[in-house]
Design a protein around this ligand. Structure first.
Ligand code: SAH
Length: 210
């Protein structure tokens, strides 16, 4: 049996992603393509396609593959979007998004993580990702509004600034809660924000610097 990274990745998609009900072809293709092992620390490469989150340094984690796929699918991306991501971390989720949409704007508060992610993503040839080092709780006004926003660290409640940077008809997926967290889908309608609770999750906290 071939046991190299691409066959492990194919198996990951078959068992953990498609096998658990993810159907969106763009999401499945992106998960098949992006080399997750390049985003994890050297000593953990052997676990890169396992069904679990992994430490990436600085007390942070790269999410479980299924959660990455699930959050991406829930944004109903078509391909022409400009998307804001809060919590660049390893850059893996940024790569998945960059495979699908036109442009990704990603913010990370830990400079060392952003710098490493930038190196990895550039070495893989991504040119449609813009990086910012800073507090993503405030969003990234210069390029707002966004058709979609993905937050990969958990605040106690949905940050107002992020809601405001969502375009009408736009979607945001965000883990919310302190002790108990749930993934929440926020949809901006003409005059209101509609929130749907999806499933219990465990993310690192979104740190707020103000
Ligand atoms: N999407 C990442 C997972 C990142 S874990 C991946 O694919 O690897 C969450 C990340 O959010 C951590 O790197 C953490 O440093 C970052 N973070 C926490 N609070 C933040 C904030 N206020 N603004 C931006 N990034 C933040």
């Amino acid at each position: 049996m071939r046991n190299d990274f691409s066959s492990l990745r194919e198996k990951m998609v078959e068992v953990q992603i498609a096998g658990r009900g993810i159907k969106n072809a763009k999401v499945l293709d992106a998960m098949r393509k992006v080399p997750r092992h390049v985003f994890v620390p050297e000593e953990l490469k052997g676990f890169a396609y396992a069904d679990e989150p992994l430490p990436i340094g600085e007390g942070q984690t790269i999410s479980q593959p299924y959660i990455v796929a699930y959050m991406t699918e829930m944004l109903e991306l078509r391909g022409a979007e400009r998307i804001l991501e809060v919590g660049t971390g390893s850059g893996y989720q940024s790569a998945i998004l960059a495979e699908i949409v036109k442009e990704v704007f990603t913010i990370e508060v830990v400079a060392a993580l952003s710098e490493r992610a930038q190196e990895v993503l550039k070495s893989l040839g991504y040119i449609n990702i813009q990086f910012k080092i800073g507090d993503g709780t405030r969003g990234w006004k210069d390029f707002a509004p966004y058709e979609a926003i993905m937050v990969t660290a958990a605040p106690g409640s949905v940050p107002k600034a992020l809601q405001e940077q969502l375009q009408i008809g736009g979607r945001m997926i965000i883990p919310v809660g302190v002790d108990y967290q749930e993934l929440v889908l926020v949809r901006r309608e003409e005059k209101t924000f509609k929130e749907t609770r999806l499933l219990p999750v465990r993310f690192v906290p979104l740190v707020s610097l103000h």
